[in-house]
Design a protein around this ligand. Structure first.
Ligand code: FA5
Ligand code: MG
Length: 449
């Protein structure tokens, strides 16, 4: 055992991503399979890919004269850009190494397109446009199932309005809200029904922000503008999909609802849900931009909104794509269905059989693990992505047991292996599972049962 240990390569002290070399440190947690995804530059730019078509459809609903479009911003950003500039508190779980890919302690793979907000608000003075759209690949450590993948794509949008009163520094001008409301009334949303909308201020708004920065009347006008613009997006996108595929809403009109949300950088905040195939599905998060964020970006004389939506989530609904892994498929039977850019229902290739394997282990005491940390489920998921790749469809915790005398915890997970393209053989799955078990012991120091 000792000699095997010595023969292991020493950990590299640098990492190269898209031709740029970064120093690594004790925060680094980028698995070996990830740089290849970064190198692809995002599926939202791949010609004829459904994520690219979905992006273009949504972009077409924002006037080019008002929205600057950014589609190739590099995925490696600073912790300051991804979290600090957006007012994430120091102890926010999103910052943890179990949720986020760290290149080193100051550098991450962006976990959302909001990482570019501050920079693009700053750039607004130069572009002269009051809005922007950003589409990009984003990265998160997460569970494994048919709607989660460590790389996905988001589109971010933002729009600002003059607050008036700039000369006096008194921004309480009610003409501002009236001006915004005139734009709201001009936006017509066909075939959409908003059901059970939350109150505009269901979430307690930071009173300092309201009193000193923008008036409730202005914030409400901005929130209405935001909601109307996004209702327009979903009514067009899903309306087109329902007409083309016969899927979606049983009702004549698409039903949506606004749910009160929470983001550290917007207030009030909302999530938009769509009723689709008999379920309410969250498609985006949004809100009125915190005024201090705009102030710091040199846009203190503006008030505005921002949203972030998941392109996979929307494309899966639009086309009826059942598994997020399909977006990465090299199979001709996938690509060929999207070549002409026409929206029609995805025809799944014949479904190949699944194979289930269980793994049971004792959760180690913190000091006993290789990394000297407590067990994090996302570490388990990542080891499995490393050995099983896209052949892993789903992972579920099926049993948890606490030993009555030792107090130790035992967990049992069920892993579903399935290829989207062919039938897996038993020896192949056995060998994948053997590699996985070995990696759990070597990489996480788990004691298997
Ligand atoms: C955000 O990422 C915020 N940055 C959104 C935002 C932007 C809020 C601007 C306010 C202003 P959230 O983590 O909820 O929020 O993700 C936003 C959307 O991305 C979700 O509604 C969903 O459509 C999509 N999404 C989130 N996680 C995943 C995932 N693991 N796989 C696929 N899509 C996802
Ligand atoms: Mg969310």
């Amino acid at each position: 055992a000792a000699s095997r240990h010595y023969s292991q390569a020493r950990p590299a002290n640098s990492l190269t991503l898209n031709n740029i070399t970064y120093p690594t440190d004790s925060h680094t947690n980028i698995p070996a399979n990830l740089p290849a995804y970064l190198a692809q530059g995002g599926l939202h730019l791949k010609p004829s890919h459904p994520l690219s078509t979905t992006r273009q459809t949504i972009e077409s609903l924002f006037p080019a004269s008002q929205y600057e479009v950014y589609n190739s911003l590099p995925p490696v950003v600073t912790v300051a850009e991804n979290f600090d500039s957006l007012c994430f508190p120091a102890d926010h779980p999103g910052r943890s190494r179990s949720d986020t890919y760290y290149v080193n302690r100051d550098t991450v793979l962006r976990t959302h397109t909001s990482a570019h907000q501050a920079e693009k608000f700053r750039a607004m003075s130069g572009t002269q446009k009051p809005g922007y759209l950003i589409s990009a690949d984003v990265y998160r450590r997460d569970a494994i199932d048919r709607s989660h993948y460590p790389v996905f794509h988001q589109m971010e949008g933002a729009r600002v309005f003059p607050r008036g009163g700039a000369a006096s520094g008194n921004y309480g001008d009610s003409g501002v809200a009236a001006e915004i409301m005139r734009e709201v009334e001009a936006m017509e949303v066909p075939n959409l029904q908003v059901v059970e909308s939350c109150a505009l201020h269901e979430e307690p708004v930071n009173p300092v922000q309201l009193a000193e920065q923008h008036t409730p009347e202005q914030a409400e006008a901005v929130a209405k503008h935001l909601q109307r613009q996004l209702e327009l997006v979903v009514s067009r996108v899903f309306g087109e999909a329902a007409a083309a595929t016969g899927a979606g809403a049983a009702q004549e009109k698409l039903q949506v609802r606004w749910i009160s949300g929470y983001f550290p950088f917007t207030s009030p905040s909302y999530e938009l849900e769509v009723f689709w195939n008999n379920e309410w599905l969250e498609v985006l998060g949004c809100g009125v931009i915190r005024q201090d964020l705009l102030n710091r970006a040199g846009q203190g004389d503006k008030i505005g909104w921002a949203f972030g939506l998941g392109l996979e989530r929307i494309a899966m609904l639009m086309y009826g794509i059942p598994d997020i892994r399909l977006f990465w498929s090299q199979d001709e039977r996938f690509a060929r269905q999207f070549r002409d850019g026409v929206v029609r229902r995805f025809e799944p290739f014949s479904r190949h059989p699944a194979c289930y394997k269980d793994v049971t282990f004792w959760v180690p005491a913190a000091a006993a693990t290789t990394a000297g940390e407590e067990f994090h489920e996302n570490d388990f998921m990542e080891v499995l992505r490393g050995t099983g790749g896209d052949l892993v469809e789903d992972v579920k915790l099926i049993d948890k047991f606490i030993h009555p005398t030792t107090g130790r915890t035992s967990l049992c997970y069920r892993i579903t292996y399935r290829s989207l393209e062919r039938t897996l053989t038993n020896p192949e799955v056995d060998s994948l599972q053997d590699s996985f078990r070995a990696a759990l012991q070597n990489k996480l120091g788990l004691e298997l049962r």
